[in-house]
Design a protein around this ligand. Structure first.
Ligand code: AMP
Length: 463
């Protein structure tokens, strides 16, 4: 037996299906906002993160998986996406024709050597977006709204949005000075990390999680009192748009985020599950003023956010948010007393190529055992085939639930399955369907409408 590496976890079976669903839905929403997919390497040169995420961040100071490769180059496993995405935009000259903004979404694993705990892993997955080439409050607000609405579409009804601004250069300069004055007298009784933060970037102290330090942080000067005219105007403009879009938020003047590249607006999405568990922020992001230039691109700004897939999945499970995922097999094929399985396998492949989920029992089991297996596999129909059926070109089809059985000629099999599975399953003859409206499909004999956006059967709405 080999143990998992500390802080990593397997994502298998139902959970893997849940992850795929979350990732696919988030990608689809991003595409609705005009974003395209970016897939960048997990391996990047260490310097990229040191320059962008910053020397004073916890990530660079103590959380990166860094090693020398066989050519003595310092390589780091991606601890976050933004730097790599922006690097790829620069390297691939996506800013060359100045067709701004450049909009990308991404999904995949990150690596941080953190203390593993609830909702915190050393390998974790993020989905995120970057919108680069803009510096307007309208764009920032649209991105925040996109994050909020993505969560809504996943079924998260009570997301709390915390928002703050780190202001412009002038704001930060004045604010950092005020913080240095304030913490200057107290730093000797604060944690070792804070002492270092004080030297590297005093703003980081606001992120400290040590209880006694948190008390000191509580009374620190607030950035809201140091905002320059322009910073205040931009932040107010963002809040005004969020009001107009009816997105509830709370201004949290202690929110600074752990990455050095943020300037302007920063935000976090929080959610407490019905079980009362708080997994920390389920998503977070902000505006970055200098990152693109720092990475070798033009002097343009950007804004983005990342969602933690592990945390989204945990909250969805706690809250029993149902996914519209079709489970189980369409057809379970039961060979009866056959010695040659080739024709059976041909039938199975033929049905799969026509879009049905099919398994064949190849273990030579008796009827009773095969029916039990079909039930365990959540199969809708059983196809019972013996020598006689093969010879006569017919199939016995049995509905696993109702136990009704009929014999179908080979040439009508597809039509039959299409009606029995696609039209039944996919068009919701199901009287429990929450949508309750009229069916839009003239050919369909069910009574339900699939245009309804709140409907749990969502993924069939385009039919
Ligand atoms: P960050 O890249 O630190 O801004 O984090 C963005 C989101 O990624 C957070 O809101 C979390 O949902 C998720 N996240 C960050 N670090 C971890 C971790 N160690 N384990 C699981 N999820 C994480």
């Amino acid at each position: 037996m080999f143990n998992l590496v500390k802080g990593t976890h397997d994502v298998i079976l139902d959970e893997a299906q849940q992850y795929s669903y979350i990732e696919t839905l988030l990608a689809r929403v991003a595409e609705m906002y005009g974003y395209s997919e970016f897939r960048t390497p997990v391996l990047e040169y260490t310097d990229l993160f040191v320059r962008s995420v910053g020397n004073s961040s916890d990530i660079v100071r103590k959380e990166m998986y860094t090693f020398l490769d066989h050519g003595d180059r310092s390589i780091t496993l991606r601890p976050e996406f933004t730097a790599g995405i922006v690097r790829s935009m620069v390297n691939n000259k996506l800013f060359a024709n100045q067709d701004f903004p450049v909009k990308g979404y991404y999904c995949g694993p990150n690596f941080r050597y953190e203390r593993p705990q609830q909702g915190r892993y050393r390998q974790f997955n993020q989905f995120g977006v970057e919108c680069v080439g803009v510096s307007s409050p309208e764009r920032d607000a649209e991105i925040i709204s996109m994050g909020f609405n993505s969560l809504l579409m996943l079924g998260f009804k009570n997301v709390k949005l915390s928002i703050n601004t780190l202001g412009d250069e002038e704001t930060r300069k004045n604010y950092q000075e005020a913080l240095r004055n304030y913490f200057g007298e107290k730093i000797d009784c604060m944690c070792e990390d804070c002492k270092e933060r004080y030297k590297l970037n005093v703003l980081r102290i606001l992120d400290c999680k040590v209880e006694s330090d948190k008390e000191i942080v509580k009374n620190a000067p607030k950035i809201t009192d140091f905002l320059s005219e322009k910073a205040k105007k931009d932040f107010d403009a963002i809040l005004k748009i969020l009001d107009a879009l009816e997105i509830p938020y709370e201004v949290d003047s202690e929110l600074v985020r752990g990455l050095d590249y943020y300037t302007g607006v920063v935000f976090e999405f929080h959610y407490t599950s019905k079980l009362g568990k708080n997994y920390g922020a389920i998503g977070a992001g902000g505006h970055y003023g200098h990152l693109v230039k720092e990475i070798g691109g033009p002097d343009i700004e950007g804004c983005g956010y990342a969602m933690g897939i592990e945390r989204l999945a945990s909250v969805m499970s706690d809250d029993e948010i149902q996914l519209p995922i079709e489970k189980g097999l369409d057809v379970y094929i039961m060979p009866v007393a056959l010695t040659d399985y080739s024709e059976i396998l041909q039938v199975a492949e033929y049905l799969r190529l026509n879009g049905f989920k099919v398994e064949v029992c190849l273990e030579g089991k008796g009827m009773g055992q095969m029916f039990k297996k079909a039930e365990r596999r959540d199969a809708k129909l059983a196809l019972i085939i013996g020598e006689t059926e093969l010879k006569d070109g017919v199939f016995n089809v049995k509905d696993i639930k109702t136990q009704e059985q009929i014999t179908i000629e080979k040439e009508y099999l597809l039509d039959f399955l299409d009606k029995a599975i696609n039209q039944k399953g996919h068009h919701h003859h199901d009287h429990d369907c929450c949508c309750g409206g009229e069916c839009c499909d003239d050919d369909c004999d069910c009574e339900h409408d699939h245009h309804e956006h709140d409907c749990c059967c969502e993924h069939h709405h385009e039919e």
